[in-house]
Design a protein around this ligand. Structure first.
Ligand SMILES: C[S@@+](CC[C@H](N)C(=O)[O-])C[C@H]1O[C@@H](n2cnc3c(N)ncnc32)[C@H](O)[C@@H]1O
Length: 182
């Protein structure tokens, strides 16, 4: 028998990227695909950047977080949620991905490209029709110190249930001082 614990039973120790906050420009590509009448749940909202972004665009978005006592991995969104949008804590991304598929509510998770790897994650992707949005620049996340930090890894939106036109979609990002990667 393997001595390795399944990911779902791992003790959660927050990782380096677990407290990075997402700037609004990274969320903008989703506006083309989210019904303006939908109620959006940001279940790991941190400082609330994604919630504020949607509110500024006139959407109804509610944020919860573990630091508010709401654990996404066990909480029931009730009837008001039409879709889930978050940049999850990357140290427990497998659990967030599994929970989203379990809830079966349209969702968009901002994840590193490497989230396409591993047999455990691919088991979900094989049975669900995921659609991805790739961006033409890296995201400058807000770090706990309040400084911007150019991510050292590329990120994408992994979505399910939004009815995107293709499986692979490409977005141009309005980022201040944007540097395009060749
Ligand atoms: C990378 S930060 C992202 C914050 C926000 N989503 C954003 O993109 O601006 C991840 C957040 O997940 C929260 N978190 C960690 N584990 C969680 C859990 N099990 N349920 C809900 N939130 C959790 C952390 O407290 C942290 O605020």
């Amino acid at each position: 028998m393997s001595s390795k614990r399944p990911t779902s039973q791992k003790k959660h120790k927050p990782g380096v990227g677990d407290n990075f906050q997402t700037p609004g420009y990274a969320v903008k590509p989703l506006l083309d695909y989210i019904n303006p009448h939908w109620n959006i749940w940001e279940p790991a909202c941190g400082k609330g950047n994604i919630v504020k972004f949607f509110e500024e665009w006139g959407y109804d978005c509610r944020g919860t977080d573990l630091i508010m006592g709401v654990d996404f991995l066990t909480s029931d969104p009730k009837d008001w949620v039409d879709c889930i949008v978050t940049n999850p804590p990357y140290s427990i991304k497998n659990e967030f991905i599994a929970r989203c598929f379990y809830l079966a509510i349209p969702f968009a998770l901002l994840l590193p490209y490497t989230a396409l790897e591993t047999a455990e994650r691919q088991a979900h992707y094989k049975t669900h029709d995921i659609q991805l949005i790739f961006m033409d620049t890296r995201i400058e996340f807000q770090t706990p110190s309040g400084q911007g930090s150019g991510a050292w890894f590329p990120t994408m939106w992994l979505t399910w249930g939004f009815g995107l036109p293709k499986q692979l979609n490409w977005a141009e990002i309005d980022k201040p001082g944007k540097r395009k990667y060749k």
